[in-house]
Design a protein around this ligand. Structure first.
Ligand code: SAM
Length: 341
């Protein structure tokens, strides 16, 4: 649908106030297209939701009115996630490329959330000027539309994970680009450990994403070390706890662990059980490709990693291995999980 068709559809269904003006939308759309924006959180569902949806973005739309939300939902594609927001709490941990804090009366917690969890904040110029919170921010778009786009003054070059991944032809992560963009933006890890090196391109990409971080890899295949002398690679089995202990003793505890290794049920479970409880609070542990849990080739034990991770939600297990959040993200037949210590 063209923008005009979306507006016409909207006006035929709703004749109400929630209305992102075409001039503002044109300006926002140009910005989104030029800056590889892939994911957006918006406060308040409306015509903006349909317009953003037309750009094939990952969208989380928060809305306080259940009836209204249902109506907007029925007009959007399945890519858009809606969350009923009870106006009391804003309990979201995810990060997005862009936060749309539109409207003339944004709440303080929306702005604070946007500052913590997004690369760009879209907000009315009037609010930006009058709100002291945004004094450390600068307007990055030069348009005269009253909806400004802001980034922190000291963070002029925003990391674009998609661009970095595209530099590396042998990386096995393109399907998770949006996931990593959302979860890794604004992190400053000192040590990242990836299990599964293969050609080494993911380790190289992590070094680009986090230039001040030491990046190390584990692989069972000795060629991964021999063929990548530029990388810190340790050769061994991810299930071998003596091997893992030796590495941790040598380099310390990672702030981020990514399991993209053997993908067998036992490997995903054993490695997590050994490493995760040792991690410092707020460290992240990611397991890629959990769909393998359901495929014969990787099905080597009764307990799947998905079932094991689900069991952590159980109160008793939760106390044994405390963690802050556990988030599964299905993605076109691929599935990934991020657990925050
Ligand atoms: C999917 S590839 C890694 C891809 C790489 N992380 C990327 O994104 O480009 C999986 C790697 O895990 C390694 N691997 C398989 N089983 C393993 C195990 N039990 N312990 C350690 N590494 C293992 C394989 O040798 C292979 O290089």
């Amino acid at each position: 649908m063209t923008d005009k068709e979306i507006y016409d559809l909207w006006l035929s269904k709703f004749k109400d106030l929630r209305y992102l003006r075409p001039r503002r939308w044109k300006h926002l759309k140009d910005f989104i297209q030029k800056n590889s924006i892939k994911s957006v959180i918006e406060f308040g569902s409306g015509v903006s939701t349909l317009l953003l949806d037309s750009l094939n973005l990952d969208i989380l739309s928060l809305e306080t009115n259940k009836f209204y939300m249902g109506k907007v939902h029925s007009l959007c594609s399945s890519r858009v996630r809606f969350k009923l927001w009870n106006n009391m709490s804003l309990d979201i941990q995810e990060s997005f490329d862009l936060s749309l804090v539109d409207g003339i009366l944004p709440r303080l917690d929306q702005i604070e959330y946007a500052m913590k969890h997004s690369r760009f904040i879209v907000i009315d110029d009037y609010i930006a000027k009058s709100n002291k919170l945004l004094t450390g921010y600068k307007r990055v778009d030069l348009s005269s539309a009253p909806l400004g786009i802001f980034i922190p003054k000291d963070n002029q070059v925003m990391v674009d994970v998609g661009k970095i991944f595209s530099k590396y032809p042998n990386i096995h992560k393109l399907k998770y680009t949006n996931f990593y963009q959302r979860h890794f933006v604004n992190l400053q890890p000192k040590l990242l450990l990836e299990i599964g090196v293969l050609k080494g391109d993911s380790l190289r990409a992590w070094k680009d994403v986090f230039p001040n971080c030491k990046v190390i890899g584990i692989d069972i295949n000795p060629l991964c070390k021999a063929e990548n002398p530029d990388l810190n690679v340790y050769i061994g089995n991810q299930k071998d706890t003596n091997f893992l202990s030796k590495i941790i003793n040598e380099v310390g505890l990672p702030d981020i662990v990514i399991d993209d290794g053997g993908h067998k049920r036992s490997e995903q479970v054993e490695t997590f059980k050994f490493i995760f409880p040792k991690l410092k609070v707020d460290s992240l542990y990611i397991i890629e490709d959990l769909q393998t849990n359901y495929l014969d080739k990787w099905n080597d034990q009764k307990l799947s990693a998905i079932d094991y991770l689900k069991s952590l939600i159980d109160f008793k297990e939760h106390l044994k291995i405390p963690y802050k959040s556990i988030t599964f993200e299905p993605n076109k037949g691929q599935s990934i999980c991020i657990i925050k210590r």
